[in-house]
Ligand binder design. Structure first.
Ligand code: ADP
Length: 379
């Protein structure tokens, strides 16, 4: 440890600011922390105070010099398909995208603004969660609604978790020892939020999240795909307003809505105790996931590698086995012994010689952001 340049990765959310000081070369995490309760009683007053506290806490580390700062921003809209150096124009554009991500972009952009104020002499790079999906073909990105309305309001599929999908697709290619350009992959990012992507030769061609992170898989607290007619129906018959519906589908649905808990460890405990609601919640989750894997198999015309990542994907062998159960005829199989093994390493869980490699590939969004940041900062 010591002399390689260090990147401060900042994930500025509405009520918390997460930070990591990373050496992108080998992935060493020099320091990390979270400042919580921003703007809440007992917490710091605002994002400036939060970042100040983060920077203060780094003074304790040996050689706290920061070479560059990498900022995570959720929504890059149609404007950003790559990480960019933060300047006034970029900041203004991220402000313009706030209507597309009203819960995330305001705090994200605030992190960049205070970062540039507090650390004015280092490059600041912005890495967008949507960027990897900038390559989605028009047929995959377009909603079949009135073109004028869609154009005027930026209604299209953007996709999220892109940094993770990209990182995992590359790490999975490395794991199987083949160039990423030569293989077709399905990446299942299963955390509290969850999404699947289809990656053809390293390029994203489909993903399950859309205009917002609500579309697609059943998640911890989000419904994923529903008939949009449900929204009109509840507005008309239950008198629900927009905010209430937003809260219903984003926070009171998914595993939480069906089983009352959103953590998969809790879900399995409830299933063990005989809860039928919990059993159904898992079945609905696995059914949706399997349906997406099948759909993406068709989108790609066959797959070489399927990988699982994030909190659930990396830890939950029951979910991994359940999601791919019954797909043997398609060359997809999970080896029970390999699947049950616990490890922090990327690893193959399909049987030796199986036509499709199934893998567990730990994600590392901070490292991915740090690497993209240093690449731009050193240019
Ligand atoms: P996010 O970044 O979306 O908040 P993570 O990727 O950290 O989420 O995943 C968090 C989720 O991972 C938890 O809500 C829990 O459901 C699941 N999880 C974490 N550890 C385990 C485990 N050992 N077994 C099963 N699920 C786990």
């Amino acid at each position: 440890m010591g002399s390689s340049p260090r990147v401060l990765v900042v994930n500025s959310g509405s009520s918390s600011l997460k930070y990591q000081l990373v050496e992108p070369e080998d992935g060493t995490v020099v320091a990390k922390g979270i400042v919580e309760k921003i703007g809440e009683p007992g917490g710091v007053p605002d994002h400036e105070a939060a970042l100040r506290e983060a920077i203060e806490s780094l003074r304790g580390v040996d050689n706290p010099e920061i070479f560059a700062v990498g900022h995570r921003v959720v929504h890059g809209g149609s404007s950003f398909g790559e990480p960019v150096l933060a300047d006034d124009d970029v900041v203004a554009k991220i402000h313009e995208l706030i209507p597309l991500a009203p819960l995330h972009n305001p705090a994200n952009v605030r992190g960049i603004e205070v970062g540039r104020e507090l650390l004015p002499h280092v490059p600041h790079v912005v890495v967008f969660d949507t960027a990897f999906f900038h390559t989605l073909p028009e047929a995959a990105a377009t909603y079949a609604i009135d073109t004028e309305v869609a154009r005027e309001h930026g209604i299209r599929r953007y996709g999220f978790h892109g940094t993770s999908h990209q990182f995992v697709a590359h790490a999975a290619a490395e794991l199987v020892g083949r160039p990423v350009e030569e293989i077709d992959q399905i990446v299942c990012h299963l955390g509290n939020g969850a999404s699947v992507s289809a990656v053809k030769g390293g390029v994203a061609v489909e993903t399950s999240m859309g205009l917002t992170p609500l579309e697609g898989l059943v998640m911890g607290t989000r419904s994923g795909d529903v008939d949009a007619g449900i929204v009109f129906h509840l507005a008309r018959t239950a008198g629900m307003g927009v905010d209430e519906l937003d809260e219903l589908l984003n926070r009171r649905s998914g595993i939480k809505g069906l089983a009352g808990v959103n953590d998969f460890r809790e879900l399995h405990r409830l299933i063990g105790e005989g809860s039928e609601e919990a059993r159904l919640a898992l079945d609905v989750y696995l059914h949706r996931l399997r349906k997406y894997v099948g759909a993406y198999l068709a989108v790609l015309g066959g797959v070489d590698v399927i990988s699982f990542t994030a909190g659930v994907g990396e830890n939950d062998d029951v979910v991994r086995a359940g999601a791919l159960a019954g797909l043997e005829r398609l060359g997809i199989e999970v080896d029970p012994t390999r699947n049950a093994e616990r490890s922090k390493q990327a690893r193959v869980i399909s049987p030796e010689g199986a036509p499709v490699t199934v893998a567990v590939v730990p994600t590392n969004e901070e490292l991915a952001i740090a690497r993209q940041t240093i690449a731009l900062a050193q240019d």
